[in-house]
Design a protein around this ligand. Sequence first.
Ligand SMILES: C[S@@+](CC[C@H](N)C(=O)[O-])C[C@H]1O[C@@H](n2cnc3c(N)ncnc32)[C@H](O)[C@@H]1O
Length: 386
Amino acid sequence: MNNEAAYEGREATLVKHTILKLYVEALAYKVGSVFPRITYVDGFAGPWKSSMENLSDTSPHIALKQLNVAREGLGRIGRFPEMSCIFIEKDPLLARQLEDSLLKSGRVQTTVITGEFEDHVADVTESLDAASDNFSFVFIDPTGWTGFTMDKIIPILKRRNGEVLINFMTKDIKRFIDDESSTARRSFERLYGSSDYREQWRGLRDAEREDAMVDAYCRRVQDVGGFAFVVRAVVLHPRQARTHFHLIYATRSIHGLRAFRDAERKAMQKQEEVRARAQQQKRIRRSGQGELIPAVDLGADDYYSQLRDRYSEAAKQAVLDAIRQSGTLMYDDIEAEALLHPMTWQQDVKGWLKEWKADGRIRIEGLGPRERVPKLDSSHRIVWTS
Ligand SMILES: C[S@@+](CC[C@H](N)C(=O)[O-])C[C@H]1O[C@@H](n2cnc3c(N)ncnc32)[C@H](O)[C@@H]1O
């Protein structure tokens, strides 16, 4: 079975794993050329619903493989960061299965902890802080919305040299979050780490309610951890026009934000392919008749394009307003403003600037003689001229 076939029936997991794989690869190269140590922590490691004997379709193995590849690549240019992984899994049988699968884990060190993530936050942060300059990437991938209360994950969010990726189970959370029962209320208060969380979507409906709910969580993570950027990627249900879950990414670096959005862009292409296939299979099962046109040519429903239009239009407007209001803006600030929005990429920003420059609304200053487009970490500025 090839790796993609292993995801049949769990296409959203393939999208999640694509983002994880691409992002960990970028992170390992970038951070590995600056920091002497990188530690990947998987707080809800599994293995979970794997179809591969070697568990290559699970997050621990996906991250481990990327770290090993990056380690070799960095070695070729004379850099040798130490890389390690800490996997936490509460089910002893699964933890054992994971441990057995790691016998050949390459040159990246691995540790499996059997137990609940929250109970091990202190040991994990202690071990991360034991060596200086250890950059941590913590993946929190629960099956619901419990087991990572805001209070308990504070030490992880506050680590200066650290990033976090959280699977926010939107589909389930939005069903229960306004439930009046005291148990539900308490569990969401613990998730958000605040009691006024519901205020932020009072009166809103549908997509706006969902956005407000996820944005409120992102703001909490940002405030508690002091991150520069906390953003989300939307992972869709394979056969229905709705969100399945969000991946929430927290970073202190614009380069991290750009790498995350690059990973999201590629994963969204994959998502459209697998949704087209899953939707075709659903039609065939229902009608009992095959279809002559391949799924990739027919495409999936237009929910993704609707969302992409909505988010990238909002991003475009936000950037335009920011330039207009400040008169002059550094290119870094413009890209950061745009990439806060889901499904919006650096290529979009370059396209808008080209369009606004052509119609005389802006001018780009600070470009060198051979430079045509503005770059990060430069003195490139965008000036409102209209
Ligand atoms: C969604 S699955 C993880 C999937 C895995 N991250 C992947 O992408 O391949 C969640 C896993 O967390 C485990 N789990 C549930 N609650 C936990 C907790 N409080 N602490 C640690 N592990 C937990 C479950 O047994 C399950 O294996």
